[in-house]
Design a protein around this ligand. Structure first.
Ligand SMILES: *Cc1c(COP(=O)(O)O)cnc(C)c1O
Length: 355
């Protein structure tokens, strides 16, 4: 039940579930969707009560502001099923809060927290059979908001849609990634929208990332837009660099997204007794560390891939290879966070959220 109202989320169920058409042993990432979706409209100055309907296409006016002015924000989260078939989310309120932080920056009206949380819970209860149980698989959840109001005037829309779709998914990346340190293009700038999960941030990344892919790399490491001297993010993930036994990650800023995986990994690493430094780190420091043998590991963190180890990086026409480690921090921290997420370990941090 949504607070402050006597109204309940209306549910229209599918006539026939598509679940038997899905090969749960060979899931790719984000390509198959569950039977239902949540949909919630902003009209006449307020968010209406969310509805759950069969997964289906939506109709938009050709002048919907999203098409012209790119007002859109999103979130990415996962649901897990444990051996007793309990369903868990990981720090879902953080996603809800961040969605509103992103919305505010894009002049999108903030969504009441209970619409997000109750809507998500109701949807997951309905589609819980779609949550994969096998190792490495999960239900990827995509909440998003975009401008649906009509008209070509370059101003914030007066109407929006908040939608949640869910995709049973396998692992996001397979294996270690080769990255290229970017010296020309930028993902974000001071005073810009880099800290927001805005759709347009991704659009701006695709071209430079494609150039890197064409050269044989998987991802771009973003550096600061001013000097390109400082390491900021790894594609759409936060980045951690281990020099000797110290784990370093850049502080969040206007340009760096405040990842939930990032802050959880910082807390787990500290709990493990690992020395963590949250500070700016230059490309030069990483190159020097690679040259003198003190660079041990680099990895990206984010909901989709959790921890994505980096195999090598390219900087100024030279490739630097990371060593093969027996006991990497990356694999230790990945195991600890996924054990918490999937209810295989005690959650001393209070992060798990039962559906
Ligand atoms: C989503 C995202 C991340 C990771 O955030 P999580 O909350 O850990 O999933 C990092 N960087 C960028 C640019 C992102 O969009």
């Amino acid at each position: 039940m949504i607070n402050n109202t006597t109204q309940k989320i209306e549910i229209v169920k599918v006539q026939h579930s598509k679940i038997n058409e899905v090969d749960f042993d060979n899931l790719s990432f984000g390509k198959t969707f569950t039977d239902h979706m949540l949909i919630c409209d902003f009209k006449d100055g307020k968010w209406e009560i969310p509805k759950i309907v069969p997964y289906q296409p939506i109709t938009l006016d050709p002048t919907a502001r999203i098409f012209h002015y790119g007002q859109s924000v999103f979130e990415g989260m996962k649901a897990y099923k444990d051996v007793q078939d309990n369903v868990w989310l990981f720090r879902p309120l953080e996603n809800c809060k961040r969605l509103n932080i992103s919305s505010k920056r894009l002049a999108i009206p903030e969504l009441p927290e209970d619409y997000f949380m109750e809507g998500l819970k109701t949807l997951l209860q309905l589609d819980k059979d779609w949550i994969p149980k096998s190792e490495g698989n999960s239900l990827y959840i995509r909440p998003y908001i975009f401008a649906t109001g009509k008209g070509l005037h370059a101003s914030p829309s007066d109407e929006y849609k908040f939608i949640i779709v869910c995709a049973p998914s396998g692992a996001y990346f397979s294996g270690k990634v080769k990255v290229l340190i970017e010296e020309k293009y930028s993902r974000a700038a001071n005073g810009g929208v880099g800290f927001a999960k805005a759709g347009g941030n991704y659009a701006g990344q695709f071209y430079p990332t494609q150039l890197a892919i064409d050269k044989g790399y998987h991802q771009v490491i973003w550096t600061d837009n001013n000097t390109h001297d400082y390491i900021e993010e790894a594609g759409a993930m936060n980045i951690f660099i281990r020099i000797n036994d110290t784990l370093i990650t850049a502080p969040t800023s206007d340009r760096i997204l405040d990842g939930i995986t990032r802050k959880s990994i910082i807390d787990i690493a500290k709990d493990e007794g690992i020395n963590v430094e949250i500070r700016k780190i230059t490309v030069k420091e990483v190159v020097d560390a690679s040259n003198n043998g003190s660079l041990k590991e680099m990895f990206g963190t984010g909901t989709a891939a959790v921890i994505s180890p980096i195999e090598s990086f390219r900087c100024k026409n030279q490739d630097y290879i990371l060593p093969e480690l027996e006991n990497s921090y990356g694999s230790l921290l990945k195991k600890r966070i996924t054990d918490i997420q999937t209810n295989k370990a005690k959650d001393t941090f209070g992060w798990r959220y039962k559906i």
